[in-house]
Design a binder for this molecule. Sequence first.
Ligand SMILES: [Zn+2]
Length: 85
Amino acid sequence: MNCEETRLLFSDFYDRDLSEEIRALVRQHLVSCAECQDEYENFKKALKILKKFKTRDVPRDYMTILKKRRENKTLRKRNRKLSPP
Ligand SMILES: [Zn+2]
């Protein structure tokens, strides 16, 4: 299982919506990949924040959320470069 596959399964992994076999594969990748551990932490945090604001109808499209977070980070970096303190 590679990083991309693992990340696509985060939502189902979190919801325990996977077979024990697949869950084991995801878990296996998570323990061996610090980057995905990080992504999973971010994913969980994002879900918690979403749940805070919306008690029902938590969007399942978390990849959009993660992508937006990444875009924001890039934008902030770019802005910093454009306007140094
Ligand atoms: Zn990974």
